[in-house]
Design a protein around this ligand. Structure first.
Ligand SMILES: [Zn+2]
Length: 519
């Protein structure tokens, strides 16, 4: 583990531990001596890539192509022709994903005295989904085309083709609208669309050797429910007191009919969720504290604040039990624009009350200071791993006009990822593939591996320029070159990804350099 000094220290004020996470950026300083001021990562990135003055380089197509080219994300089952809307995370993708998850777990579970963790199962008792409302309510209204067998969201058709707001309409109401309009199939043009009917988005499977006598179960459509279902066990074993939260990271599955936009909406995805239990009268203030905590996370992973905003749900958008819900939205490239990145909902005692009713277990909390017994209220911050992954790449992607070694115009693609989340923190590049250089380079590689938790790449193929470009494209903040001078002066050249400036650093100082700049 690296020295963890992301500063909660001094900011965990009061008993809630919800103070702002400060100083998250100050550790990322310019490596070159002339510019060694305390510029933050964002300021520094702005200086290198003034986004206001040029159009945004990232498009979804470029990111999808880069992900495949460099081994971040591959289309699922590709040698069999693929399986629509499934993806596999490659060697670099799994490292970036792990970096996100580890940072989230440290930030929201390990570094807070008011949080504990859970790793619940994907399969749960079928009654869980009755209590949660998913069996009845987790539906998409669908129509099929009898001619070409295509399937469409009824509400989307009504909104797009008829310009009528369809949210909240029943399948019967949608059917009436569709029959009246007698719409052609958007795919084949025949007027052979079926009536609208509800389609449950949970994947089901069977426990037991034969389908007929087995138990029908669902792959969880969200991780949240395990935290409600295990709330009582955690109360009984964890010595937790209100307010406290349970955090969980895990896979969830939704049989989406209209997934898409690369990994933005997947049928299989990973969530990082928190259920935060509190006294009813505390929840309004705690909700505000969670907004701050989520903004701190946005800063921590290095997203540009101008690409993130908070959208408050209007009264008519709120679930009947929710007192307040907001979305953190991200500005995706055209035509997506602002779309949900994270969510924060105040869920009152809805979930615990439902599970108490359906399970028959007493889920009340006994408050010693007041002698009262009640159901805690819940605040739910939700983060998607895959969506975080996607916006980190979109936010970091940049193209720089430059010239190649022959003086010809060239484009340098660079992922300006925050070093904290970059898959590789550094790459060790012997100038040439020679045993005497490799010996020193291996020694340095082993030393960084032994003294830090940083993942370091090692590459002695191709010319040095090509190797730099590869590292730029995968977001490696520092390239460490071992050359013939190294054998004399025991120093290496460290190249900065964002500025391409280079400096000479003694081998004995490389670990310290990385600790200082990566954080
Ligand atoms: Zn059709």
């Amino acid at each position: 583990m690296p020295q963890v000094s992301l500063c909660f220290t001094g900011h965990i004020e009061g008993e809630l531990g919800l103070g702002p996470l400060q100083g998250t950026d100050s550790r990322w300083q310019r490596p070159d001596q002339e510019r060694s001021d305390q510029a933050t990562f964002s300021q520094r990135r702005e200086a290198n890539a003034p986004m206001a003055e040029k159009t945004r380089a990232a498009t979804m197509d470029k990111i999808t192509a880069l992900c495949k080219r460099r081994g971040f994300v591959f289309p699922g089952s590709e040698i069999y022709g693929g399986l629509a809307n499934t993806w596999d995370y490659g060697p670099l993708g799994v490292e970036l994903k792990n970096a996100i998850k580890q940072l989230w777990w440290k930030t929201f579970v390990q570094r807070r005295r008011d949080m504990v963790g859970l790793d619940g199962g994907i399969l749960m008792h079928p009654r869980v989904w009755e209590a949660s409302g998913h069996v009845v309510n987790f539906n998409d209204p669908l129509v099929d085309c009898k001619t070409c067998k295509s399937r469409f969201r009824a509400d989307h058709l009504i909104e797009e083709k008829l310009g009528i707001h369809a949210e909240g309409k029943t399948p019967d109401e949608m059917t009436a609208l569709l029959r009246e309009a007698n719409l052609p199939c958007p795919k084949c043009g025949n007027r052979t669309l079926t009536d609208a009917r509800q389609f449950n988005m949970m994947f089901s499977t069977t426990i037991g050797p034969v389908e007929e006598s087995g138990t029908k179960v669902y792959l969880r459509p969200e991780t949240a429910q395990a935290m409600f279902v295990q709330y009582k066990n955690i109360l009984n074993t964890g010595r937790v007191k209100l307010p406290f939260g349970i955090g969980q990271i895990g896979k969830a599955f939704r049989n989406e009919i209209t997934p898409g936009n690369f990994i933005f909406r997947d049928i299989e995805f990973e969530q990082m969720e928190i259920e935060y239990f509190a006294r009813p009268e505390e929840t309004a203030d705690l909700f505000d504290a969670w907004i701050d905590a989520m903004w701190n996370w946005v800063d921590l992973i290095g997203l540009r604040r101008e690409n993130v905003h908070v959208r408050e749900h209007a009264k008519e958008e709120l679930s009947h039990y929710s007192s307040r819900t907001i979305d953190f939205e991200y500005l995706f490239p055209e035509p997506m624009n602002w779309k949900e990145l994270y969510g924060l909902a105040s869920r009152t005692d809805f979930d615990l009350a439902r599970h108490q009713e359906y399970s028959g277990e007493d889920l009340t909390y006994f408050d010693q200071p007041t002698g009262q017994r009640f159901l805690p209220h819940v605040i739910e911050p939700t983060f998607g791993v895959d969506r975080t992954f996607l916006v980190l790449l979109l936010d970091a992607y940049d193209e720089e006009e430059t010239v190649d070694v022959n003086g010809k115009p060239d484009t340098r693609i660079v992922l300006r990822l925050h070093p904290r989340v970059a898959p590789y923190k550094a790459a060790i590049l012997p100038l040439m593939k020679k045993p005497e250089l490799a010996a020193v380079a291996h020694e340095l590689f082993d030393r960084i591996e032994a003294e830090t938790s940083y993942l370091v790449d090692y590459d002695e193929t191709a010319n040095i320029g090509k190797r730099y470009r590869r590292q730029d494209e995968i977001g490696t903040p520092f390239c460490i070159t071992v050359d013939y001078d190294t054998l004399e002066d025991r120093a290496v050249t460290i190249r900065d990804r964002d500025t391409t400036s280079q400096q000479r650093v003694a081998i004995d100082e490389v670990v310290n350099f990385l600790r200082e700049h990566v954080g």
